[in-house]
Design a protein around this ligand. Structure first.
Ligand code: C2E
Ligand code: MG
Ligand code: MG
Length: 539
């Protein structure tokens, strides 16, 4: 007869509460991660919007300064032109010698493109000077098309009543600025008027920017000259400003990546730890949400409670009281099992003291995953809890439940077991028959008790398990193994009198099960023992 694995899993499957707890922890973690990502994203977007606004106004300010620079450059050149016209008016002979005007222009107006100079006397034109070779316009330096909008008339009167009027083309003055623009999509617009002191009224023109659609929106800056009828406007597409800002984007992303990582491994990790099961277990230990119930081990013959097994419970706010199957299998995979076992031992040690006041022989069973046997801290913690003297553990039984594979032959395990036993502790194999390596364990370490799993007990007389005669045979086999290894047997999970009778017929003397008692609080154990003592005294 072979016990199928399903028996093991049925027995040890975490219960509904366990999966509820896991899924609620997962949900809380997912919510935390989503909120964190959302907050970081929103911060990032807000930061980008603010930074873009700052960068945009910086760029526009920069553009405005450039435009002011352009206007003052135009102003200076027109001032120079006025000076030159003054020289022409003063020095121009009545026959308007072209060479002389050319030499004045050549000396004073190297940067201004003058289309023509008209020399007038008493309102009528004396002569018109034209540049011999149009250096500016033929060189291609002035590329923007000429229009009336770009020509400024600059006039000056000499002492002799002669007026010289220059037609200065300002667009050429802006060429260096156009060349220096980093983006070809940046447009410079110019509006120039006439400053004609010979009769015409100066006209101030304002730059007219071309209309654009909303998807091709432009940022515009216009600066007017205070001295001359000139205004310069620069318009730059918003996309150019966006592109300029986008170059800083990798830095911002890097900054937020660092910030996000710091938060992720700092406060968020702390919060995740808190809401994770391990965090909740730590909190439970701190807030005393764990408590112990005791399941008696009964001497079948006398009905006396010879020992109690400490069974952990967790009183949670969210799920009520959780049985160990909801969290122990998970805890045993984490390092928190040490803290939990320590807590159980400390509490059980206090309770044992009280129990021994009524029955000095009673022992307490502590459930320990065998993996803890490979850790010397178990011995230290046991001695701290139960007292440090040589026989400190002689009323303690460590029950090893194999939910994971363990190497019982390892030197540390052997050492810890030997030292526990040297202090008087008993070692029991819990759930015998369904663990990973019960027999191997019996061979490797010295065991005092085997606790036959309740599935064996409950199979006694069960119709669907096989023929009734085979079931006692199975239990009989366990008893024989126990004798072989010279260990005592405790049968777990006795629920009916017929199971009890079967066990008795097999010679089993110790048992646990709901037939005797469910796990109860310490007070109930003390009361029961006292009652039994009173009854014994009375009879
Ligand atoms: P276990 O050590 O084999 O404990 C016996 C389990 O069987 C207890 O379940 C008990 O309530 C239950 N039981 C006893 N008699 C009967 C019965 O007649 N019928 C039925 N159906 N069940 C019976 P509990 O308290 O839920 O504990 C389950 C397991 O959790 C324990 O099995 C033990 O392996 C583990 N455990 C409990 N407390 C601790 C602890 O403090 N530390 C560790 N590591 N494990 C613990
Ligand atoms: Mg046990
Ligand atoms: Mg058991």
């Amino acid at each position: 007869m072979v016990f199928s694995r399903s028996v093991i899993y049925c027995n040890q499957n975490p219960r509904r509460e366990s999966s509820q707890m896991l899924s609620s922890t997962k949900r809380a973690e997912v919510a935390l991660v989503s909120v964190f990502s959302g907050v970081i994203l929103i911060f990032f977007l807000v930061y980008c919007i603010i930074d873009f606004r700052d960068a945009r106004s910086d760029n526009l300010l920069n553009l405005q300064n450039q435009t002011i620079g352009m206007v003052s450059w135009v102003d200076r050149n027109l001032d120079l032109t006025k000076l030159a016209m003054h020289a022409v008016a003063e020095g121009a002979p009545s026959d308007c010698q072209q060479e002389e005007i050319s030499s004045i222009v050549g000396r004073l107006l190297r940067t201004v493109a003058v289309e023509e100079i008209e020399v007038r006397k008493h309102g009528s034109t004396v002569c018109v000077w034209k540049p011999p070779v149009d250096a500016f316009f033929s060189s291609g330096f002035c590329q923007s098309p000429r229009s009336e909008n770009t020509v400024v008339l600059v006039s000056a009167e000499g002492g002799n009543g002669v007026v010289a009027v220059a037609h200065a083309d300002t667009r050429c003055l802006l060429t260096p600025f156009l060349v220096s623009q980093r983006d070809a999509r940046t447009e410079v617009h110019l509006a120039a008027g006439f400053d004609d002191e010979t009769g015409g009224r100066p006209v101030r023109r304002v730059v007219a920017f071309p209309e654009t659609s909303w998807w091709d929106a432009h940022a515009e800056v216009a600066v007017h000259s205070a001295a001359w009828p000139v205004s310069v406007g620069v318009s730059v597409p918003e996309t150019v400003l966006l592109e300029a800002w986008a170059q800083r984007l990798p830095v911002h992303i890097g900054l937020f990546a660092v910030l996000g990582t710091v938060c992720w491994f700092g406060p968020i990790a702390m919060m995740r730890r808190r809401i994770s099961i391990s965090g909740q277990v730590r909190g439970a230990l701190r807030r005393s949400e764990f408590f112990l119930l005791y399941l008696p081990t009964v001497e079948i013959e006398s009905g006396e409670w010879v020992g109690v097994e400490a069974l952990l419970r967790w009183r949670t706010r969210q799920f009520g009281t959780l049985p160990p199957s909801a969290f122990i299998p998970w805890l045993e995979k984490s390092t928190l099992i040490h803290d939990t076992t320590n807590w159980v031992m400390t509490q059980a040690a206090k309770d044992l003291k009280r129990l021994r006041e009524t029955n000095d022989n009673i022992y307490v069973g502590i459930n320990v995953p065998p993996s803890q046997l490979a850790d010397e801290r178990l011995l230290d913690a046991a001695l701290t809890a139960f007292g440090g003297d040589g026989s400190a553990l002689n009323r303690v039984m460590f029950e090893l439940t194999e939910r994971e594979m363990v190497d019982y032959n390892s030197a540390v395990v052997q050492d810890v077991v030997n030292r526990l036993r040297a202090h008087g502790a008993l070692i029991a194999l819990d759930d015998f028959g369904v663990g990973f390596s019960n027999i191997a364990c019996l061979r490797s370490i010295r065991v005092d008790v085997i606790k036959v799993d309740k599935s064996f007990t409950q199979a006694l007389g069960a119709q669907d398990f096989g023929s009734a005669s085979q079931n006692p045979a199975l239990m009989d086999m366990v008893v024989k193994i126990a004798r072989e290894f010279d260990v005592r047997v405790i049968a777990e999970g006795i629920e009916t009198k017929s199971q009890l009778a079967d066990l008795q017929s097999l010679g089993i003397r110790l048992a646990q099960g709901f037939l005797f008692s469910r796990p109860v609080e310490l007070d109930a154990v003390v009361s029961h023992i006292k009652e039994r003592q009173m009854m014994a005294e009375a009879s």
